[in-house]
Design a protein. Structure first.
Length: 80
């Protein structure tokens, strides 16, 4: 998998409780989600980094029974 245009492929580290239609109800009433970077198309974000993004950021993608979240590097709040 290769990311283009400053997109970052991540795996969720926190669980989202429910999705009701287009509304996401987060675990523990958080306004962000914690992700681990799997593949990066941005030079500032490296593989293995833990990043925080708003709960509504990104797109969920299913690839061979695995769920990934694709976010743009501009949506990242914090890099650990």
């Amino acid at each position: 998998m290769k990311m283009l245009n400053s997109n970052v492929c991540c795996k969720n580290l926190d669980e989202v409780v429910q999705k009701v239609g287009n509304v996401i109800i987060p675990a523990k009433n958080k306004a962000y989600k914690r992700l681990e970077v799997i593949e990066s198309g941005d030079e500032k974000v490296t593989v293995g980094d833990v990043v925080y993004v708003p709960i509504t950021a990104g797109y969920e993608v299913d690839v061979e029974k695995d769920k990934f979240t694709i976010v743009n590097a501009r949506e990242i709040i914090l890099i650990l």
